[in-house]
Design a protein around this ligand. Structure first.
Ligand code: SAH
Ligand code: SF4
Length: 366
């Protein structure tokens, strides 16, 4: 591969059409190319037999369709697979495949690290290096499908932006990648099968409704600003009273059923029944459901997972208030592939992105 060429993987149909027009080719070449890339998993121009030999040679010379390079692979006892993928220099990002009976969910990364510094998240601890390109985002799906197909396993049916990074902080590339995931000529995933999880970037939630209609998950983790400021520091900029209206607006404008609120259960921190009642008051009679996530520990996190009984009691309060609540099953934790455990390798370029560490929390390692 010529590294100087442009990677066309992850380009939306419109952008590809434009690309071909610029090359002096008809627009419909974009359709042909997308069928090869996403329909058939063919990434070598010389195998794209419905394109002329001349065009194949030109594409091979001027463009590339490189998938991320696998650095390492880990297989968990429960069938979860984690790939560590090269992200420039010695850095890596992580992608996790979670097989279930009737579906296979791929948890993908959107950034090399994350600048938002949530206190309970291994990715946040690593700091931030850069955004992933649309090619690197879609490339994670292409790569997982290639590896799963080669092993004779069912491929990806659902994609969640719950790996490393804050997807809405890499807005343009994430939206472009979503267009490929949901395009009939791309991966053809219905909008319900693609979920963007955000820590609560309010302006981008409003913008997202103009560009996509995918499922929205919001990392709430606390029902009041005082605690949320501590756990999810971006709350200082976009507090709960601004975040929730943005979610209701998204649901209404995209005509989705509801927004999912993620709530990591931290022993003795946010898991009391009083918090559950407070949360119920916020979400009652709203298009909301709740995912309780048992905290997944990592080295020196300083937090403990809530006991199962506390999680159940918390869930019961929400359910009694009529709020659909499920407890997320922990998968892949024996290979550090569970929610919030993804760390990869990140050369941090951002420290104290929000102007100072949150109180009462450990500072990041060097
Ligand atoms: N940056 C986005 C998406 C990635 S994190 C976001 O914050 O929403 C995906 C989910 O895992 C989020 O809800 C996040 O809060 C949660 N999470 C982070 N660290 C965790 C941990 N150690 N245990 C359990 N869940 C965690
Ligand atoms: Fe970033 Fe999400 Fe982790 Fe917060 S929870 S540090 S936003 S990846």
């Amino acid at each position: 591969m010529n590294v100087a060429t442009q990677n066309l993987l992850g380009k939306s149909r419109g952008e590809l059409e434009q690309h071909f027009v610029t090359m002096g080719e008809p627009k419909f070449r974009a359709r042909q190319l997308m069928r090869w890339l996403y329909g058939r998993g063919v990434f070598q121009p010389d195998e794209m037999t419905d394109l002329s030999l001349a065009l194949r040679a030109r594409l091979a010379g001027e463009a590339n369709f490189a998938l991320p390079e696998i650095r390492d692979r880990h297989d968990a006892a429960d069938g979860v697979v984690k790939w560590q993928l090269a992200a420039g220099g010695s850095q890596s990002i992580e992608t996790v495949f979670i097989p279930e009976t009737r579906r296979g969910t791929l948890c993908i990364s959107s950034q090399v690290g994350c600048a938002l510094d949530c206190s309970f998240c291994a990715t946040g601890r690593q700091g931030f290096n850069r955004n992933l390109s649309a090619a690197e985002i879609v490339g994670q799906v292409a790569l997982a499908n290639r590896e799963l197909t080669a092993a004779g396993q069912p491929t990806v049916t659902n994609v969640v932006f719950m790996g490393m990074g804050e997807p809405l902080a890499n807005f343009r590339n994430v939206v472009e990648a979503i267009s490929v995931l949901t395009d009939d000529l791309g991966y053809g995933l219905s909008r319900r099968r693609v979920t963007v999880s955000t820590s609560g970037l309010v302006p981008q939630i409003y913008r997202l409704a103009a560009d996509t209609r995918v499922a929205l998950a919001v990392s709430l983790h606390a029902p009041d600003n005082e605690l949320r400021n501590e756990l999810v520091p971006i709350n200082r900029r976009h507090p709960i009273e601004e975040l929730l209206p943005a979610c209701w607006d998204y649901v209404e404008r995209t005509n989705t059923r509801d927004a999912t609120f993620e709530y990591v259960m931290l022993d003795g921190v946010n898991d009391s029944l009083a918090r559950a009642r407070q949360l119920a008051r916020l979400l009652r009679h709203k298009p909301a459901k709740v995912n309780l996530i048992p905290f997944n520990p990592f080295t020196a996190s300083g937090y403990r997972r809530s006991p199962a009984a506390a999680v159940d009691a918390f869930r019961d309060v929400l359910m009694q208030a009529g709020i659909m609540t499920i407890t997320r099953k922990t998968r892949g934790d024996d290979i550090a592939a569970a929610c919030g455990q993804l760390a990869g390798r990140v050369d941090n370029r951002v420290r104290n992105p929000l102007g100072g560490r949150i109180q009462g929390d450990q500072t990041q390692g060097a």
